[in-house]
Structures are given as C-alpha cells and as structure tokens.
Write a protein that binds this ligand. Structure first.
Ligand code: ASP
Length: 602
C-alpha cells in the first residue's frame, strides 16, 4: 500500500549528511539503492542526486515499520523521518562521504514502488548501451551520468557568464529556417500551409548571426542547437549544440581572445587552469609538421629530413626529390623485435605514393652519414622510435598544383602513421595522460577544396569565409593556393571549433560564389536575400562556433558524446526511449500534401 506524502517536507539531502548533523531530526526522500535484511536489523541505502545515506530500521522500531521496510525493493521511492546517529567506529565506511553517520528511522512512507528493473542504477557498469538508452531515465539516475549532466550545466553556465561579462548578447535564431550550405545534408520539415515547400532545420545559425552584425548587435552568441543529417560516429550526433558567436570589426586575434577566455572558464569547472594565449600555427605548417590540420601536440612534430639525403641517394632509394621526406619520433618505445618492426610496415599499409623506412638500423648500414644527419635534425632520445616516411618516385611529374596535392598526400600518410604509432605505443610513452590539454589555433586554411566526384571547387570552410587579403589576386588563377581567413581551435588532435573572418562586401561574395561554380541566377535563387542584405552597410565581421557536446565529453573524460547528452540518438539515428523516428498517420501526411513511396519506386 502506498502512502501519501501529506505535508511532509524534505529537510536534508542524502549525500550531504555529516557527523556534525548527529542528533538532528530529519526528513529524507529518495530511492532505495539497496536493502540488506539482517532479520532484526534492516539497512537501506537511500539515494538522491547528492549521494547515499544508510538508513537503519531497528527491531524496536516496531513491527509495522519493520514490515514496511521488509517490503522495500530497489528504486522504490520513500520518505524517511528519523534522526542522525554517529556510527559505531567499527562500522564507519570511509568510501562514502556520509560514511560516519546513519539515519535511524522512526517512520517510513512508501511514496511509490517500481517494477522489476531492466538494470539497476546502483550498478557502475551496464554492458548493453541500447538498454541504457531505452531506459534513459534509469540510466540518468546513475551517479556517473548524473555528474556528466551536472558538469554540462556548469560548463554551459561558465561560458554564458564569461560571454555576458564581455558584452555579448545572447540571441535566439530560428529552428525552422531555410536550407543553408554548411556542407551536410539538411533535415527538412514540410510546410502544411505551403504544400510542397520545406523548412530546413539549421545546420548552424551562420547567416542569422551575420545578419545580426548587419543589424548592429556587434557581439552575438548563442548556445545553439544545430542539425546535420550525417552518418553517425562516436563523436558526432545528428542534433548537437554549438557555442556560436560573431563579432563586428573583429580580426582573428579578437575572436581567439574571446574563445580562450570562455574555454579557460569552462576548464576551471574541472579545476584546470589553462595557459593562454594558445599557440598558433598555419595550416601549411600543420600539414608539414603533423600531416594533419588538427595536430596532436602531445607527441613530437615530424621533421623534414630531405636535406639529409644527396640527390643520388634519393634516387637509389626510389624517393621522389620533390616530395616530403619526414622523420617521425615516437618517444620511449624501446627495442623492437623483428616481428614488431614488420607489424609497423603493416600499420603503415601498402601505398603507391609513399614508402616507410621502419628499420633505421638497416638504413644506417648502407647510409651511415644520412642517418646521422637525420638524427641531428629529428633529435630522438635513447629508446625513441625513429621512422622515415618519404614520397615514392613518381612515374610522371605534373603541374605545380598537382605536386602540391601529392606532397600533401605524403604528409598526410606520414601524419596518420605518426598518430597510429602514438596510439600503438601509448602505454610506453604515456603522453596521452588525462590532464594534458594541448590547445592550438590553426590558421590560414585553404579557401577551396577540390571535389573529385563533382569535379569542382568547394568552399573549404563555408562560402561566407573571407579570402586572405593577400590572396585575392589568385582566387581565379590558382584557387588551390588561395588561403582564407579561416581558423580552427584544436585540442589534443580533436577539432573543437571552426570559424572565420567573413566576407562583408557583396562584390567579393559574388566572386566567391562564382568561383564555387554558382551562376548569377543560382546565386540569386539560393542567397538573393543575403546578397541583398550585404549591400546595406555591412560592417566587417567574423566569428566561430565550438561543439559544446565535444567539450563536455573531453572535460568529463567520457568515451562518447552519448555520455554527455541527456537524450542522444544511437549510431543508427534512433531515439531508443521515445522510439523515434516513427511513421505518422495518413491524416498528417495528407495535410502536408505528402505521400510516402518506397525509394525504389522513385
Ligand atoms: N557556422 C560555422 C560552422 O558551423 C562556424 C562559423 O564559421 O562560425 O561550422
């Protein structure tokens, strides 16, 4: 039989009781975490969001109370009226903050019972993630998940407070909007009022925030929900949250300072003081030194060792003299067996464009002076693993642009290998320790990327990104070499956010649309409103957006975004708890003027 709460008021939280509360009369409310029945004595671990307190029901509490306590099961909701007692020194539990006390119950009220549980929130590890997601409300009761969501709250508030203190306005932008070119597939929402027309859910508030600059809100931010219909990965969700901001008259330095400020505030929530300003590196440097645009600085950079080889030595070794030759140092790997070395070759993979020299000693036998020069440049310490990656000699040498692409591919292969080695020997070098946060700005990204399948140039960031002023003259003649004023903030090999200084002039925006292969008619159809807005005194502006989910995931030390999003979707884009997506009624479809046909009939 369930009891009513009546006018009973909760007086304390379970996790907050301490020895100094001894003798207080209290009222606690919460879930039965566990019950231990020793016959005369019944112990209940009572749990609320703050922690656990042990409640004791003694034999002299009376038969009725005892009987009620016997009936309690996991996750029943109860109120306990009682008093706090110091535990006998022998029974103190040093593992929990409330371990010095217990609550002796004078009265119990059973406020609700619970069906048998698919899993217990009291368990630390629950193997099946689908079951966790289906019963997310139970999963979120677990202290670990609870802490993640609390951390998310604290981080969000810290960021908001910081931006507010810097004079930013928090402004909401629409969720039902128009398809925008952020590069991913849009989620479409059919219009009932305008059958055959669709809203799109925003991939980001990009155009709205630029328009807010035109409107004079010279510092905007939003903790903005964004939607991209992409295939899922551990670190990607189709619905995610960005810390989105935009500033008028800003140069990259101004944006960097704001981001460094709010990241410092966010990291403070886990007690870590960040060093600012973050180091900076251009995209070209990042590719040369790390073979990737999001370098992980926790391992040494690669070094260019081409000069260690004489031209005839490059020829003997079948190395292309115009492509990169880089040394990769992985610290503290120690001696490797023959078999382990062969495994490195497999790890590098079989490539036509690049080759690896994984056995430096062998190379040293034939080319002692080369290897000695390489050691001088790359400076490995004793016990470090030194390997060389080089571009394989090309059958034919094409244009400068082609060579640039081939060189980047070799650097990228080396960069991937560097990371693979870093992962493989993580236990040996120990550089991936939890609390080493190596932030970095990567600047001067290329303006365009060549799209092999579509055979055209795409915007590397998005089409509103300003070209580098110095590279305006080569936008049309050598688009592949043109740099933009785009930047990324990177942490330990993960991109946390991207942004750019924008195009604020209609004439330049038109040139960029044209370079992206858009005819004047298409420009008008897709962006007419925006091109028009740019013509009414648009101030120069720039901004950035950072993934909040990813930041919280890193701060929580979690392995997936799903651990820090209250109600995430699965890898198959399903909300297990609500069971979405679902079919809808014929009536709903009819109102929208939509008939569902199977894809193969299209
Ligand atoms: N809107 C951009 C994005 O979501 C970020 C920015 O340029 O501010 O990637």
């Amino acid at each position: 039989m369930l009891d009513f709460l009546g006018n009973l008021q909760r007086t304390h939280m379970c996790g907050a009781l301490r020895a100094s509360d001894a003798r207080s009369s209290i009222v606690l409310m919460g879930w039965v975490n566990r019950r231990r029945d020793l016959g005369n004595l019944i112990f209940i671990d009572l749990r609320d969001r703050t922690g656990i307190t042990q409640v004791v029901i003694t034999a002299d509490a009376g038969a009725e109370l005892h009987k009620k306590a016997e009936s309690l099961r996991s996750e029943f909701v109860i109120a306990v009226v009682g008093h706090v007692k110091l535990r006998d020194p022998k029974t103190i539990n040093p593992n929990i903050p409330t371990g010095e006390i217990e609550v002796v119950a004078d009265e119990l009220r059973l406020l609700n019972d619970s069906k048998p549980l698919p899993f217990s929130p009291a368990d630390n590890e629950i193997a099946n993630e689908e079951v966790r997601l289906k019963y997310r409300y139970l999963d979120l009761r677990r202290p670990e998940m609870h802490n993640n969501i609390v951390l998310r709250h604290e981080v969000t508030i810290a960021i908001r407070d910081y931006l507010n203190s810097q004079g930013f306005f928090e402004i909401e932008t629409p969720i039902l909007t128009r398809s925008t070119p952020e590069g991913a597939r849009d989620y479409l929402v059919p219009s009932r009022v305008h059958n055959g027309k669709f809203y799109a859910l925003p991939q980001s508030p990009q155009q709205f925030k630029q328009i807010l600059m035109i409107s004079g809100f010279d510092k905007y931010f939003q903790i903005a929900r964004c939607f991209r219909d992409e295939d899922q990965r551990a670190d990607r969700q189709l619905e995610f949250t960005q810390i989105d901001l935009e500033m008028s008259y800003a140069r990259p330095d101004a944006v960097f300072a704001v981001v460094e400020g709010f990241l410092t505030a966010a990291w403070k929530t886990i007690g870590v003081e960040l060093q600012t300003p973050f180091p900076r590196m251009t995209y070209d440097e990042a590719i040369c030194l790390y073979g990737i645009d999001k370098p992980d600085l926790r391992l040494p950079a690669m070094s260019d060792v081409r000069t260690a080889f004489a031209p005839e030595q490059l020829a003997t070794l079948n190395i292309d003299p115009e492509l990169p030759v880089v040394a990769i140092v992985t610290p503290k790997v120690g001696e490797l067996s023959r078999k382990e070395r062969d495994d490195l070759k497999l790890l590098f993979g079989d490539r036509k464009d690049a080759k690896v020299f994984e056995d430096i000693k062998r190379l040293e036998k034939s080319f002692p002076e080369v290897v000695s020069k390489i050691r001088e440049i790359a400076k490995p310490s004793d016990g470090d693993l030194l390997v060389i990656v080089a571009g394989a000699r090309r059958a034919e040498v094409g244009s400068a642009a082609k060579t640039r692409q081939e060189a980047q591919a070799v650097s990228a292969a080396a960069g991937q290998f560097r990371l693979a080695l870093g992962q493989k020997f993580a236990a040996k070098h120990g550089a991936f320790g939890q609390r080493d946060f190596r932030f970095l700005w990567v600047t001067d990204f290329p303006m365009f990327e060549w799209d092999e399948t579509e055979n055209r140039w795409n915007a590397a960031h998005h089409p509103f990104t300003s070209p580098h002023e110095e590279d305006m003259p080569i936008l049309e003649s050598d688009p592949g070499a043109a740099r933009s004023l785009a930047y990324d903030v990177v942490l330990n090999g993960t991109e946390l956010g991207s942004g750019s200084i924008r195009i604020h002039r209609q004439d330049i925006q038109s040139i960029i649309f044209k370079a992206l292969g858009m005819s004047p008619e298409e420009q008008q159809a897709r962006f007419g409103y925006f091109l028009e807005a740019l013509q009414y005194g648009t101030p120069p502006h720039g901004g950035i957006a950072l993934g909040l989910d990813r930041i919280v995931m890193i701060l929580a030390g979690a392995s997936s975004l799903r651990e820090v999003i209250p109600f995430p979707k699965t890898a198959k884009a399903i909300d297990m708890m609500m069971d979405a997506p679902t079919p809808v009624s014929d009536k709903q479809l009819k109102e929208l003027g939509i008939a569902v046909v199977s894809k193969k009939d299209l």
